[in-house]
Design a protein around this ligand. Structure first.
Ligand SMILES: C[S@@+](CC[C@H](N)C(=O)[O-])C[C@H]1O[C@@H](n2cnc3c(N)ncnc32)[C@H](O)[C@@H]1O
Length: 286
């Protein structure tokens, strides 16, 4: 499949607000360095630390991975099409004393295995972000932080966004940089069979979640009668929601807090503000 070509430098020059997302060929993404203050903000927003593995897609002179290794103790690699930039990045990593933790490969980002990343960074183009979006959602572990300089992900709303003023970039007329953060959500859409275990015995509840990126909603069916599912919230693998027994008025909501592990989710239940001491577990249904 061929993509419609848009002169990428022209798109960079338009700035984020005027850019229209449409697929382009990946080799058109020009080399423009992220200013160091913006690199620092990207790493801050990702809350990157020693346990993280960073992958920078289109790594330019390597500054994002090298900064993460040198200043935050993270490990990672960058991939870049331009062989001279790859060589310069590996040399810069050696000079910075982080060559064992920051590596650079001459590789197409579309052929790069991204599953190892706990943090993924990019400064590409809006259309390239949209091409990558399905892979990010399908291949990255829930909770992985995705950070993009200047370009968003279309309808996938960011979990955080910061605008920095006074950032000079060679092809941008505006001196602003926007940094976006997304937390890859667990996949919860579908039917779940939930069991609550408590002093009063076991109860089974059937739940159907709908999901659009990190936005979730649900309906619950409970043997004891009409039940409302409210306040459903997902952040990476962390989920919470409340069930309200509509047959008992007034009734304290049951607050469920838990974590999604593939086809299982589990956690604890609170009734109102008091711990009920109960655990819950849900399995994905057919
Ligand atoms: C805007 S620069 C960003 C460089 C660096 N990440 C930074 O923020 O300073 C984008 C880089 O992506 C590289 N690039 C473009 N298409 C690529 C592809 N398909 N695979 C790997 N790198 C690519 C370009 O050569 C360029 O160096």
């Amino acid at each position: 499949m061929r993509w419609r070509c848009v002169p990428a430098v022209a798109l960079f020059a338009l700035g984020a607000s005027a850019a229209v997302a449409q697929p382009v060929s990946a080799e058109e993404v020009p080399y423009v360095r992220t200013p160091q203050a913006v690199v620092d903000k990207m790493l801050d927003l990702a809350e990157i630390g020693v346990d993280d593995f960073l992958i920078d897609l289109g790594s330019g002179d390597g500054r994002i991975v090298i900064t993460a290794a040198q200043q935050r103790g993270a490990r990672g690699f960058g991939v870049e099409l331009d062989a001279s930039l790859v060589e310069a990045s590996n040399e810069a990593a050696r000079m910075a004393g982080v060559a064992a933790r920051a590596q650079f490969f001459e590789r197409d980002l579309f052929d790069t295995d991204i599953r190892e990343a706990s943090v993924l960074t990019m400064y590409l183009l809006p259309s390239v972000n949209l091409l990558l979006r399905p892979r990010l959602l399908a291949e990255l572990r829930p909770g992985t932080r995705v950070v993009s300089h200047d370009w968003d992900m279309g309808e996938w709303q960011p979990d955080a966004k910061v605008v920095l003023q006074g950032q000079a970039k060679p092809v941008m007329p505006m001196k602003t940089s926007t940094v976006y953060l997304w937390i890859v959500p667990a996949r919860v859409a579908g039917t779940w069979n939930l069991q609550v275990e408590g002093a009063a015995g076991q109860e089974s509840i059937a739940i159907e979640f709908t999901q659009r990126f990190q936005e979730i909603a649900g309906v619950a069916a409970r043997a004891r009668g009409r039940t409302l599912l409210q306040s459903a919230h997902l952040r990476g693998p962390e989920i919470r929601f409340a069930l309200i027994d509509e047959t008992r008025r007034p009734s304290e909501p049951l607050h469920f807090f838990g974590r999604v592990y593939g086809d299982t989710m589990e956690g604890t239940v609170m009734e109102g503000a008091t711990a009920k001491g109960s655990r819950w577990r849900a399995l994905r249904g057919g």
